[in-house]
Design a binder for this molecule. Structure first.
Ligand SMILES: NC(=O)c1ccc[n+]([C@@H]2O[C@H](COP(=O)([O-])OP(=O)(O)OC[C@H]3O[C@@H](n4cnc5c(N)ncnc54)[C@H](OP(=O)(O)O)[C@@H]3O)[C@@H](O)[C@H]2O)c1
Length: 337
């Protein structure tokens, strides 16, 4: 049975004065990446998120080759004022068909933002992220171009995805950074070594992506029957041998959930809130789902307290995870530290 608190919480302050709902919504899989999607259901799910108080909505220019931003535009058309809108630039290609390049040069930043604004049908983006670091370009150039967008009023706040601690420090010297968005969950803890402490020190919020381990931590993903175009096929820890070893972490999450009368997804999210609390770091995960009911379930994680004993059991399970979290290890922060 799901844990169901009645209070969905107050807005959370990320860095640079950006206030967002305490749980966000990841829109990536509302265009095909982990399987087929019914566009009408996707739009209903987005409306349900906002109705339920999940108003920090995450997309990116490459999701669905631009069609994800176009889907979000249908929500914005009716409810722009209620939403804290985040999108990203830098990856070239699509998650389903493969990324082909990363662009962080100033000229690209200027073009990308205008394309996103047009697809989104809005005149301002609340949080604009560099999706990946282009190592051919000094980060000062990329963030400098992003800062110009703030001055022009096209963007309100800046964020960085999959940066190292040093990249975060260098970027913060150019312009205040509101949030780092990187993968962080019970089975992806490498960010805790460097970038999480740096964010806490600099007053930058953290937005963990894939907080449910791309669904794996909930125990609902059958890795032996992923569709032909399912992006998870590219990730080493979803490969047959690794996935079967990693079943142990799913079993541990399930067992903690049973003890708390909660669900595995709620435990996975509550674990992230517990990390944020321990570190004094604002942490706002952005789980994604195609199904409205799962948003209500995921909201049940707010106010679900894990005991030190539960945290210890989950940490031990996490230490036993096998396989890289990324299809391309050089494109995530861990590969550049
Ligand atoms: N910055 C980056 O590079 C980056 C990379 C990846 C993702 N992201 C962002 O992070 C967001 C979330 O990440 P993600 O979609 O990769 O992974 P996730 O949120 O960890 O997991 C999503 C998967 O979990 C399933 N799910 C959701 N709630 C559930 C529940 N209560 N019980 C059981 N299953 C549940 C969903 O399936 P159903 O749809 O069937 O419910 C979906 O397949 C993305 O949407 C995107 O916005 C960013």
């Amino acid at each position: 049975m799901a844990h169901t608190p009645t209070d969905h919480g107050h807005p959370v302050q990320l860095g640079d004065g950006l206030a967002v709902s305490p749980l966000g919504f990841g829109g990536m899989a509302l265009t095909p990446v982990y399987g087929d999607v019914d566009p009408a259901e996707a739009l209903r799910t987005l409306h349900h998120a906002v109705d339920a108080g999940v108003s920090f909505i995450d997309t990116a220019d490459i999701y669905g080759g631009g069609s994800n931003e176009e889907l979000i535009s249908q929500l914005l058309k009716e409810r722009r004022a209620e939403i804290q809108l985040a999108t990203k630039f830098a990856l070239v290609g699509t998650p389903a068909d493969g990324y082909t390049d990363i662009r962080g040069d100033a000229e690209y930043v200027r073009q990308a933002v205008d394309r996103s604004l047009q697809r989104l049908g809005t005149d301002v983006i609340d949080l604009y992220y560099m999706h990946r670091r282009d190592v051919r370009v000094p980060i000062e150039e990329t963030v400098g171009a992003m800062a110009e967008l703030v001055q022009q009023g096209k963007v309100k706040h800046l964020g960085l995805s999959e940066v190292t601690a040093q990249e975060l420090r260098d970027a913060s010297a150019v312009h205040p950074i509101s949030a780092v968005q990187s993968e962080w969950s019970i089975w992806s803890r490498d960010v805790e070594r460097n970038v999480v402490p740096a964010a806490a020190e600099l007053g930058v919020g953290f937005v963990p992506y894939s907080p449910l381990g791309r669904g794996f931590l909930t125990g609902t993903v059958d890795t032996s029957s992923l569709g032909e175009k399912d992006f998870r096929r590219n990730i080493p820890r979803f490969a047959p041998d690794a996935a079967s070893a990693n079943q142990a972490v799913v079993d541990t999450v399930r067992s903690v959930a049973e003890q708390l009368n909660a669900t595995p997804a709620q435990v996975a999210l509550a674990w992230l809130f517990a990390q944020g609390k321990q570190l004094g770091l604002p942490v706002v995960p952005i789980p994604g789902t195609r199904k409205a009911a799962r948003i209500d379930e995921n909201l049940g994680a707010l106010g679900l307290d894990l005991t030190p004993a539960h945290l210890a059991v989950l940490a031990a399970a996490s230490d036993a995870v096998v396989g890289s979290r990324s299809a391309n290890p050089t494109w995530v922060s861990e590969g550049r530290e």
